[in-house]
Write a protein that binds this ligand. Structure first.
Ligand code: ADP
Length: 194
């Protein structure tokens, strides 16, 4: 199974992706996680991406497309994958189509999380507090001001990705404001129909 999770930052994509991993034995490909690892390891990509990410802006299409293309070739992706945080622009969606077509692979569904954007900043602040309480480092971009920039980037560049997939008959929408278990149930109901 090959899925895309779409939605603004803080919509719950990562949480649901982890549940899908456990349930379906497929891998989660989060470009945000991969980039943060590159930043930690100070790789050439990490060095380029660090300041952009900390400012809440989008890393270049070229970088993330390269990362995803290489990652999909790894053997653990053979059973399927969940893309979380990619594609974030129409150019990325077009590149993904080309990558999948070249490999003879198809997407099964694109799941869009509909959320009330006003409530997202509270979720992000709560995530930051919980992370700090566990003694783990808090993401620099989980800050109210930078969060605004992330949301603007979403509304400007990523919101148009949903219609791209809707035109291709792949888009399904779930209500991301429901409790976590209910969102999971809505997603599993959707997946039974694809
Ligand atoms: P979020 O919690 O906002 O969904 P992610 O962990 O997915 O955040 O991504 C964090 C940051 O990594 C983004 O703000 C952006 O700078 C960068 N990033 C992640 N994925 C992409 C992408 N597909 N295109 C461009 N930038 C990306």
């Amino acid at each position: 199974m090959r899925l895309i999770l779409l939605g603004p930052p803080g919509a719950g994509k990562g949480t649901q992706a982890q549940r899908l991993v456990a349930r379906h034995g497929i891998v989660q490909l989060s470009t945000g996680d991969m980039l943060r690892e590159a930043v930690r390891n100070e790789t050439p990509i990490g060095l380029k991406a660090k300041a952009v990410m900390e400012a809440g802006k989008l890393v270049s299409d070229e970088i993330v497309i390269g990362i995803i293309s290489d990652r999909i070739d790894q053997p653990d992706c053979a059973k399927g994958f969940i893309l979380d945080g990619f594609p974030r622009t129409v150019a990325q969606a077009e590149a993904l189509d080309a990558i999948l077509a070249a490999k003879g692979l198809k997407l099964d569904a694109v799941i869009e999380f509909k959320v009330d954007q006003e409530k997202l900043v509270d979720r992000i602040l709560q995530r930051a507090r919980e992370t700090a309480a566990r003694g783990e480092p808090v993401r620099k971009d989980d800050d109210p001001e930078i969060f605004k920039t992330r949301l603007e980037a979403y509304n400007r560049d990523t919101a148009v990705v949903a219609p791209y997939y809707s035109q291709r008959g792949l888009l399904v929408t779930v209500d991301g404001m429901r409790p976590i278990d209910e969102v999971s149930k809505a997603i599993s109901d959707v997946l039974e129909t694809v």
